[in-house]
Design a protein around this ligand. Structure first.
Ligand code: BGC
Length: 388
């Protein structure tokens, strides 16, 4: 039987076969790409870009200039199915209502500062008190208009086996009450080994304090309506920082051993979250900083491993920071309407935030959070995805 009538028909047939294999969802050989487009405009008419990174395995990450936010991340489950694993919004207008810091680059000082006060070189500074857990006011995540709500400038780049976007922002002296003009670079890179890194560097022209933090909310099931209580968590930490009712560390560094905060072995999050334990009562669940043991993988420290038994997805986190805040989504209350109209409910996502110690400027035993002219702040956080 004559299958093809001419060379051109044969060519057309071959092209069609090739095209169908490229669009086959079961075909894991994706073409790495980096796309830039306009996401929208801010109320002051400034244009905002969004960048879509796709790696050779079909994993994607979207990042935007607004708040240097990680808009979405897809990764494959044990059957190769990609799904978005983060809480957030469908469009820029949604992100403008983001009061939960979904996906954000948080600064200048991520986490809390007691009473919004700190003293640096004998001068006292008063920051905004924009949060009050337990009715006790504190400064949270950089204040009223922190790094999560400003417009960064994004520059996409490609290297061998990876692609990313470098965001820059210059925070003027006195912004949100912090001293010094701070120049910040935050870079997201997605490589073909399914690693998404978030890396921040900063320099200042006057002594200042900082703790710039990445604040994504994860639900590895890919279904943002489900609880994360069945996710199994390992934290590479033997100590945590107990807090007062205002979620400010007391200054004590307590062993996790024998407490529901012991995640030295993989443990389902929901297993002990309702136990009658003071730290859990104060936090309304898990909302604490753990001090990392310092287990090394290359230059970096192992921080956390999260596993969703149903989808098989695994997220491992590595860093160069001394601590990690594990926040179990206890303040999610169904009020925020996010992606696909989803109302994000209690404990449907969790944050794993590598960082310095909360309230470090007021805690003499904490690693210093001070940056001086001539020094460079450097925070690296690697998210490694896999499934089994
Ligand atoms: C904190 C929570 C806070 C949340 C705000 C987390 O980093 O630990 O206490 O409510 O951020 O989204």
């Amino acid at each position: 039987m004559k299958l093809f009538h001419s060379t051109s028909t044969l060519l057309t047939a071959l092209l069609m076969i090739l095209a169908s294999s490229c669009s086959d969802p079961e075909n894991n050989e994706a073409q790495p790409t980096l796309e830039t487009s306009v996401y929208g405009t801010l109320p002051d008419e400034q244009e905002v870009k969004i960048f879509t990174l796709t790696n050779a395995n079909g994993m994607t990450a979207k990042v935007t200039e607004y708040g240097a936010i990680l808009v979405s991340v897809t990764s494959a489950d044990k059957n190769g199915k990609q799904a978005d694993l983060t809480h957030g919004y469908d469009d820029l207008d949604g992100w403008l209502t983001n009061t939960s810091y979904f996906g954000s680059s948080v600064g200048r000082f991520g986490n809390r500062i007691a009473d919004g006060k700190f003293t640096l070189d004998e001068k006292e500074y008063q920051l905004a008190t924009n949060n009050d857990p337990g009715g006790i006011p504190c400064h949270l995540h950089g204040g009223i208009k922190g790094f999560d709500k400003v417009l960064w400038k994004g520059e996409p780049f490609e290297t061998k086996g990876a692609r990313g976007v470098k965001f820059t922002y210059v925070s003027p002296d006195g912004e949100e009450g912090y001293p010094g003009k701070l120049t910040v670079e935050t870079t997201y890179t997605l490589n073909d080994k399914d690693e998404l890194s978030w890396e921040t560097q900063a320099t200042t022209d006057a002594p200042t304090i900082l703790n710039i933090v990445h604040h994504s909310y994860w639900n590895l099931s890919g279904d943002s309506s489900t609880s994360i209580n069945d996710h199994e968590l390992t934290l590479f930490a033997d100590h945590y920082l107990p807090t007062n009712a205002g979620l400010i560390p007391t200054g004590e560094k307590a062993p996790v051993s024998g407490t529901p905060l012991d995640f030295t072995e993989a443990t389902p999050i929901g297993k002990r979250v309702e136990e009658d334990f003071e730290a859990l009562k104060l936090g309304g669940g898990y909302d604490h900083a753990w001090v990392l043991r310092g287990d090394k993988e290359g230059e970096l420290t192992k921080a956390a491993r999260l596993h969703d038994p149903k989808s098989g997805r695994i997220l491992e986190i590595l860093t160069n920071q001394p601590a990690i805040q594990f926040y179990g989504g206890n303040f999610l209350d169904g009020k925020a309407t996010g992606k696909n109209g989803q109302k994000y409910q209690y404990r449907t996502a969790l944050c794993l935030e590598t960082e310095g110690w909360p309230d470090a400027p007021n805690n003499p035993s904490a690693p210093s959070a001070v940056l001086r002219p001539g020094e460079t702040y450097h925070h690296i956080m690697v998210h490694r995805f896999s499934a089994e």
